[in-house]
Design a protein around this ligand. Structure first.
Ligand code: PHE
Length: 339
């Protein structure tokens, strides 16, 4: 039996030495040391040995097993190292390869200019307030002193949800909400969407954006309105821009004005952009009407203020020489990527 064990040891050593990788080594291991392995089955025959032989052979069998196990352990460690090196070599990451370019979106031209406008007003101490797009007709009309029969109330001009609810046709209702919920001094701008029942063409869109402004304090006068808007216009369009205040009428301001800026294409001499006017209208404004102040529980004998509203698309179209308002809402990246 000792001889058989010696043979097995020799064979095992041979097999281990001729295996080429971990997988082959594993097969060798199982074929000798596994449950049905050669060494294991020989040891099962030990029960046939005599009492004297058994401990001697047992001892020898242990030596043989240790020898095979150690050899396998050594080889398996070597294979593991070698295979790891090959694997790492294969999986090497080339960090010099240029990264895949990620396509990221671009800011919409309306957002770019809105940011710029907000920054200018932040610099003058204004903060931003917002109001709902779906508005009570009370805020959109009544509280702004817009009479029952005013043409802007017509369903052919304003979108009605029901008789008391509209898609706001202007950002002016935010003036009322701000005055109702805060006490003066107030100094806010309010950008947002407005809706009018216009069919879309190059200069009209059923949805566009306005930026409302409101300042209420003691002793606010028309000169504050002029100074604020002139500073804003010169900062946005350039120091040389001339402004023109024209008398106008809005039910919620008194007096009211429309403000034009000198055309930056022809500088006031007249061209196709300004339709030979030399000036372009960009703003409606005025001193907040006493009736509006009173309705919001602000005493017109103590406080006064001004308000203004401008169309954002108009301004962006002039600034970037865009000739069709519909381009803003088509979401075509070929347009948006230009800015
Ligand atoms: N809401 C007016 C409009 O849409 C503009 C405006 C705002 C006028 C504030 C005066 C004061 O035409």
């Amino acid at each position: 039996m000792k001889e058989m064990l010696e043979n097995i040891q020799k064979q095992a050593i041979d097999d281990i030495e001729s295996s080429l990788n971990l997988k082959e080594l594993d097969i060798v291991k199982i074929s000798y040391l596994g449950k049905k392995g050669k060494l294991t089955s020989i040891l099962k025959d030990m029960k046939n040995l005599t009492k004297e032989e058994r401990p001697l052979i047992g001892k020898f069998a242990n030596i043989v097993r240790d020898c095979i196990e150690n050899k396998i352990k050594k080889y398996s460690e070597d294979f593991f190292k070698k295979e790891m090196i090959i694997k790492l070599e294969k999986e090497k990451i080339d960090i010099s390869i240029p990264a895949k370019r990620q396509k990221i979106g671009k800011r919409h031209p309306l957002s770019i200019v809105l940011r710029e406008i907000e920054e200018i007003f932040f610099g003058m101490g204004f903060s931003v307030e917002t109001g709902p797009d779906i508005e009570q007709s009370y805020y959109n009309f009544d509280a702004l002193n817009i009479g029952e029969n005013h043409p802007s109330r017509d369903p052919r001009d304003t979108f009605y949800i029901d008789s008391k609810t509209v898609l706001r046709s202007q950002t002016s209702p935010v003036q009322i909400r701000v005055m109702e919920n805060n006490s003066p001094p107030l100094k806010i701008i309010s950008p947002g969407k407005v809706f009018r029942a216009d069919s879309a063409d190059a200069t009209h869109s059923p949805v566009f954006h306005q930026i409302e402004g409101l300042v209420i304090d003691k002793g606010i006068s028309m000169s504050d309105l002029k100074g604020t808007l002139e500073t804003f216009i010169k900062t946005l369009f350039g120091e040389d821009t001339k402004t023109r205040f024209r008398p106008h009428h809005f039910p919620f301001t008194e007096p009211s004005a429309e403000i034009d800026i000198s055309c930056f294409s022809c500088n006031g001499t007249g061209c196709s952009l300004c339709k030979n006017e030399g000036y372009i209208e960009i703003l409606g404004a005025g001193m907040v009407h006493n009736k509006v102040l009173s309705r919001c529980n602000i005493d017109p004998n103590i406080y006064s203020g001004f308000a203004f509203g401008m169309g954002l698309e108009r301004i962006v179209m002039k600034k970037f020489k865009i000739n069709d308002i519909r381009l803003f809402f088509e979401n075509d990246s070929r347009f948006i990527n230009n800015f």
